[in-house]
Design a protein around this ligand. Structure first.
Ligand SMILES: Cc1cc2nc3c(=O)[nH]c(=O)nc-3n(C[C@H](O)[C@H](O)[C@H](O)COP(=O)(O)O)c2cc1C
Length: 355
């Protein structure tokens, strides 16, 4: 209540990108101060039945993670555990540092419970992120996944250059041994190679990427971040390719590119200015999660993401077949108590089964 009645009205007067930057600074400072972490965990930390879960040999103390894109440069790894997150996905990280797209890169669509994201893979690049991860001592049991994408620049606009860029980052991460799992973001809707579609979410290119990755040994689970604006047959075509690979699973899914799916499409720009997060992702991702689970049984680990604003929303993803869930926009709209609510809802439904 404190967040929604006092803080949110103030925060929502500040430009979303400035607010995001402020949260990163505050989060990094709070994470460095053990007494602040303790206070935060007293307020926002989940305490209840054991809901730890082992997925692909990685143990998650809590089954809710921060999704990729909020903590691109790994600045919040010490604080988020205090807010009931079991981990986070850092990135998307690219081989070269990247300024991202021209502003505005984030827009709030308040009535639609959504953000328009046009960040364009803004991040400090693989080398700096690896250094940051190596020198940051994170809480025991806090999982860090790393999302990998191709550098968003004119120099990396051909298929071959983008392929090598992905592989370069993937190799560096594996050699440095950082991260508990890797996600290959094949579906960024806002990058150079994504402008005319989602280049590596293509049945022509995905096998080449997978073949390249197989030349690089890994001991970590690997997931693919899926697009959500594909009809089932096209989505399934990508799943069939991943099914033939040695990799563990899929994250369903990325931003929604279709402004007509907003509750109030008139609030959106007339021309495409980035993908939609939040509510417009909810039903569509749930449907794809359920179909994937139904069609492939236990073959894939499924991480469900898109439009979680309550414990019940998270349960809808678990019931559809997700093993873990991720979120961003719900935290922005509902506040830092959301993850505890998700954990409590999960404990209510699955807590007894875990034991
Ligand atoms: C500010 C912001 C930046 C994002 N950047 C990335 C990114 O770099 N890589 C990625 O795979 N997804 C990115 N996403 C998509 C989210 O990871 C997630 O798939 C999407 O927002 C749906 O979840 P939500 O409704 O809980 O926000 C971004 C989302 C937001 C809100």
């Amino acid at each position: 209540m404190f967040y929604k009645t006092i803080l949110k009205p103030i925060f929502f007067r500040i430009h979303p990108e400035h607010m995001h930057a402020l949260v990163l600074v505050l989060g990094e400072v709070c994470g460095a101060l053990p007494p602040v972490r303790w206070v935060l965990s007293r307020i926002y930390g989940y305490r209840g039945p054991d809901i730890a879960k082992v997925v692909d040999c990685v143990r998650y103390e809590r089954p809710v993670l921060l999704s990729a894109g909020f903590d691109c440069d790994a600045r919040l790894t010490r604080v988020l555990g205090s807010l009931s997150f079991g981990g986070e996905e850092v990135g998307s990280v690219t081989a070269l540092p990247c300024e991202g797209n021209p502003k505005p890169r984030q827009t709030r669509l308040i009535r639609n419970k959504s953000l328009i994201i046009f960040k364009g893979l803004r991040n400090q690049g693989a080398v700096k992120t690896i250094k940051k991860l190596l020198r940051t001592k994170r809480a025991p049991g806090y999982v860090v996944g790393i999302s990998i994408a191709a550098t968003n620049s004119a120099a990396v606009s051909t298929d071959e250059a983008a392929l090598q860029d992905y592989l370069d980052t993937y190799r560096k991460m594996n050699e440095a041994g950082v991260g508990d799992y890797y996600t290959i973001n094949i579906s960024c809707p806002n990058s150079f190679c994504g402008k005319d579609g989602e280049t590596f979410a293509s049945p022509r290119l995905l096998p080449k990427l997978i073949a390249g990755m197989q030349q690089i040994p890994t001991t970590k689970p690997v997931y693919f971040k899926m697009p959500i604006n594909l009809a089932w047959p096209e989505f399934d075509e990508l799943l069939q390719i991943i099914d033939k690979s040695p990799y563990q699973g899929v994250i369903i899914g990325n931003l929604n590119k279709d402004y007509s799916q907003l509750d109030h499409p008139e609030d959106a720009p007339k021309v495409y200015r980035g993908g939609l997060s939040g509510k417009p992702c909810f039903a569509i991702s749930n449907d794809l999660i359920a179909r994937t689970r139904q069609a492939y049984g236990k073959r894939f680990t499924i991480i469900g993401v898109g439009g979680i604003f309550s414990g019940q929303d998270a349960l809808a993803k678990f019931r559809a077949g997700a093993d873990l869930v991720q979120l961003i926009t719900g935290m922005v709209f509902e506040g830092p108590g959301l993850m505890k609510e998700v954990c409590q809802a999960y404990a209510g439904e699955y807590g007894a089964l875990q034991k």
